[in-house]
Design a protein around this ligand. Structure first.
Ligand code: T4K
Length: 404
């Protein structure tokens, strides 16, 4: 276990037993400082500082330096994928992938995702067409995707939301039958598998985000991974302004490069992925045990036959729960538990999409109902089982009492 991960034996924190104990009713909050969703998982400080020293002494800070080369090799090995092109963040990785695949016209995406998935298309004047999700998986519904195909459609961007795989086989079939390109936004899916293969091996390519809030981070960062060598070549050129050697630009490109210090953070965190998964799994099981006994709350499950990173504690607040999702979030925030309503209200309700397609919601019934009932709770290597017990004590009080 690294020096920053809380030991499971951290001291107990306060429990709530009645409505009178709730901060929203005037009591002191459970936590003196905020508990976040998305506190970074950080590996060994010592190992990172050693690498930072090496970088500073070498005077090589970016542009395909030795840390980056080692990082890409390690990622390829970890995922069992042929090519990894590391990038400065997940959004740029998506934009470059979309451009390298020559997507244009219309591309089908879920609305129930972080807005970067849609913005990466819009930024390149490609129209995102929002397809509905399956309420059981929170991922694209292949039937909805099929219905959205028009003569202008050139591709599909599926999202492995919460690290749970998109319907990979069904989307691959639809893409093949309609001559569409298929990209997976695997921003949440690092370290997760499908059918025994790591996410990263599917579609034309997959993109990862290594943002600070992700299961695995490089401060900011991302990557495109693919098993297609010619696509990989194009992606490498596009990441570096189209340069193929000194003074020789053979392609349009941008600056998508990952820095050496980001790669150093990645190499350090890769060494402790097992610890991060163990913490996340421990936290997930602690939440699951308790939440499953509360009427009206549903915790999202991970497929135990596959590898999962257990990064997100996703809870659906059903109509039979005594308070609404929004009230629950207000109660938790008063306790300094900064639960999040990811990904409410859906991209189609954000600008510019809301103005461009004011009626999109008519075909997105599941997106709307799921985004109105989901709350994501704090987890990660900085959250202790005692803190989870305190959070769950709030849920239990709300579940059992009806506030007046
Ligand atoms: N596709 C999908 C499906 C994505 O989820 C994302 C990113 C992308 C594409 C794009 O990838 P990147 O271009 O970001 O690599 C956060 C992240 O900023 C975003 O990366 C992530 N998805 C999204 C799900 O979450 P916000 O607006 O919720 O971030 P923010 O600033 O509210 O941070 C969340 C919490 O994390 C804070 O309350 C505190 C904590 N935090 C955050 C940072 C940055 C820390 O404790 N330390 C930190 O350094 O979007």
């Amino acid at each position: 276990m690294n020096d920053l991960v809380h030991p499971a034996g951290a001291p107990p924190t306060k429990l709530i037993t009645t409505h009178r104990d709730l901060a929203i009713h005037g009591a002191a909050p459970l936590f003196a400082t905020p508990l976040h969703v998305g506190r970074p998982n950080i590996g060994s400080t010592k190992a990172f500082v050693e690498r930072a020293r090496t970088i500073l002494e070498s005077g090589w800070l970016s542009n395909n330096g030795p840390m980056l080369v080692e990082f890409e090799e390690r990622i390829k090995k970890h995922l069992g994928v042929a090519h990894c092109i590391a990038m400065c963040n997940g959004t740029i990785a998506l934009e470059i992938a979309i451009r390298a695949l020559d997507l244009q016209g219309e591309v089908i995406v879920p609305s129930y995702t972080f807005v970067a998935t849609a913005h990466a298309l819009q930024w390149q004047e490609i129209t995102p067409i929002f397809a509905d999700i399956d309420p059981a998986t929170h991922n694209l519904d292949p039937h909805a995707v099929q219905r959205m195909i028009t003569p202008r459609t050139t591709g599909i961007v599926g999202v492995h939301l919460w690290g749970r795989p998109s319907p990979i086989e069904a989307l691959t079939e639809i893409a093949t039958a309609n001559d569409l390109r298929l990209v997976f936004d695997a921003s949440h899916g690092f370290g997760c598998s499908h059918g025994g293969k790591m996410l990263g091996n599917f579609g034309d390519c997959e993109i990862f985000s290594f943002h600070a809030t992700k299961f695995f981070n490089t401060f900011e960062g991302g990557a495109v991974v693919t098993n297609n060598p010619s696509l990989a070549e194009k992606l490498r050129l596009m990441r570096n302004f189209g340069f193929a050697g000194y003074d020789n630009v053979i392609y349009p490109g941008t600056n998508g490069k990952m820095t050496e210090i980001a790669a150093a953070m990645g190499l350090t965190n890769l060494e402790q992925l097992g610890d991060f998964v163990a913490c996340n799994r421990r936290n997930y099981n602690a939440y699951k045990r308790e939440i499953e006994s509360l009427c009206g709350l549903r915790i999202l499950r991970y497929d135990e036959t596959q590898q999962a990173n257990f990064q997100y504690i996703v809870v659906e607040v059903m109509p039979e729960f005594p308070v609404s999702r929004d009230r629950l979030v207000d109660v938790l925030h008063a306790e300094n538990v900064l639960a999040r309503k990811y990904f409410w209200p859906g991209c189609h309700n954000m600008e510019p999409y809301k103005s461009h397609y004011p009626h999109a919601g008519l075909t997105l019934a599941n997106t709307m109902s799921v985004s109105e009932r989901v709350v994501v709770l704090p987890s990660g290597s900085t959250v202790t089982p005692h803190e989870i017990a305190s959070i769950v004590s709030v849920l239990r009080v709300l579940a059992s009492d009806r506030p007046n």
